[in-house]
Design a binder for this molecule. Structure first.
Ligand code: FAD
Length: 381
């Protein structure tokens, strides 16, 4: 039976030193941000904030300098993103590009793609979105139907993507498309970089439970994509997309999305916490700490160019379970006078997270799919 790897990893001194620098930067840049806005964190968008962060060299941190990166260690990057998430900084504009599109291009992209796109990402200028899901194609990603037909100089793309976070503000989408029929469903898939301003591309918003429009439908009608926008090998999209998903699934955003309500809870109960409240605080802290060690460990494996897909799936499954439980457990203990329509920071944050938390185990691959992946790795299916 396969064993999962979570080699212990301790942050080196230079990473710890960076932590206070990031805290100072955050206290200077987002001190006015309210608790409910901070609760949005990596779903919150601010171009000026992304530009400021890029200016500090905290996007594309580990990438080579020749591509606009800063050649810092993955441990330093980890500290920066951990601090950004803990503070609830509005990192949404550059998040996907920094976390997965950039690393994907570094690994599979052409030299020209790296040179033209990575510096703009690292400066905080470019926003990328993920074009994987389609109507009736979510978990079963290999059934993608959006088709890219070869024409002179490139491809013509027709189809539809759905649930595309930030498509309405993105500069580019990395889309998984069908370029051939192949021997198996997996064989004919490829990844293309699609300019969101292309003729024939239309974005329509979808409102979530809170009424916000964070994700979208993307319609592609005869969209021309130049040959040089193919990532990696034609037909190699399936293994590339799986490598991309490992970047997507293991970061601290997979257990810190509800942290704001925990911090608000701590602030509200203060030192007068009841026995039950103290027990909850202790348990949640222990779980956050354990997940942090696991997530750090995966970051180390990714930095070593390994592909810990199923280990990352465990972090996401456990992490999103905790993120979903946190607002519910806190609500259950909250005092009787809690009014979720109130606008004080605790109630506002709780109301927001109770509404969005169900999506945490859907985005980035559902709980059931991750568990299937884990079971396969264990030889159980
Ligand atoms: C907030 C949010 C943001 C998102 N952003 C993006 C984005 O930017 N880009 C993008 O491409 N997608 C995005 N998604 C889509 C997300 O990846 C899909 O919703 C997810 O993969 C599930 O696909 P689906 O919605 O089609 O559900 P389905 O695949 O239809 O699944 C429905 C239910 O059936 C279960 N199920 C399906 N197949 C199996 C199986 N084989 N075994 C056991 N159970 C199964 C699932 O677990 C789920 O509970 C986002 C989703 C959310 C909620």
């Amino acid at each position: 039976m396969a064993a999962f790897k979570f080699p212990p990893f301790d942050l080196p001194p230079e990473a710890t030193a960076l932590r206070s620098e990031v805290r100072t930067f955050l206290s200077e840049t987002i001190s006015d941000l309210g608790a409910a806005e901070r609760a949005r964190s990596w779903s919150g968008n601010s171009r000026p904030f992304s530009l400021a962060l890029g200016g500090r060299g905290w996007i594309g941190m580990t990438w080579p300098r020749k591509y606009g990166g800063h050649e810092r260690s993955f441990a330093e990057r980890y500290v920066v993103i951990e601090e950004l998430l803990a503070a609830g900084a509005p990192v949404g504009v550059h998040w996907v590009a920094d976390r997965q599109s950039g690393p994907l291009l570094l690994r599979f992209g052409t030299e020209e793609q790296r040179r033209t796109l990575l510096p703009g990402i690292a400066r905080g200028e470019l926003c990328f979105c993920i074009g994987m899901s389609e109507p009736n194609v979510g978990s079963d990603l290999a059934s993608v139907r959006t088709r890219a037909r070869r024409v002179e100089g490139g491809f013509i793309v027709n189809g539809q993507k759905i649930w595309t976070s930030n498509a309405h503000i993105a500069d580019f989408m990395i889309a998984l498309v069908r370029t051939g029929d192949g021997d198996t469903r997996h064989a004919g898939l490829s990844q293309l970089i699609i300019d969101m301003k292309s003729a024939g591309l239309a974005v329509r918003p979808i409102a979530n439970l809170t009424g916000e429009t964070h994700f979208n439908e993307v319609y592609l009608e005869d969209v021309f994509v130049a040959e040089n926008r193919l990532i990696g090998e034609e037909g190699g999209g399936w293994s590339q997309v799986n490598a991309e998903l490992a970047f997507e699934r293991s970061g601290p955003e997979r257990y810190l999305s509800s942290l704001r309500i925990f911090l608000e809870f701590l602030r509200t109960v203060g030192e007068k916490a009841s026995e039950a409240e103290r027990a909850l605080i202790g348990r949640l802290t222990a779980e956050i700490w354990t997940l942090r060690q696991m997530s750090l460990s995966i970051a180390g494996l990714l930095a070593a160019n390994e592909n810990p897909a199923s280990d990352a799936a465990i972090v996401k499954d456990l992490g999103t379970a905790l993120e979903q439980e946190m607002p519910r457990a806190i609500q259950a203990l909250a005092r009787d006078d809690v009014d979720l329509t109130d606008s004080n920071p605790f109630e506002e944050t709780l109301a927001y997270l109770l509404q969005v938390a169900p999506s945490f185990s859907l985005r980035g691959g559902t709980r059931e799919i991750l568990r299937g992946l884990i079971a396969r790795e264990l030889g159980l299916r």
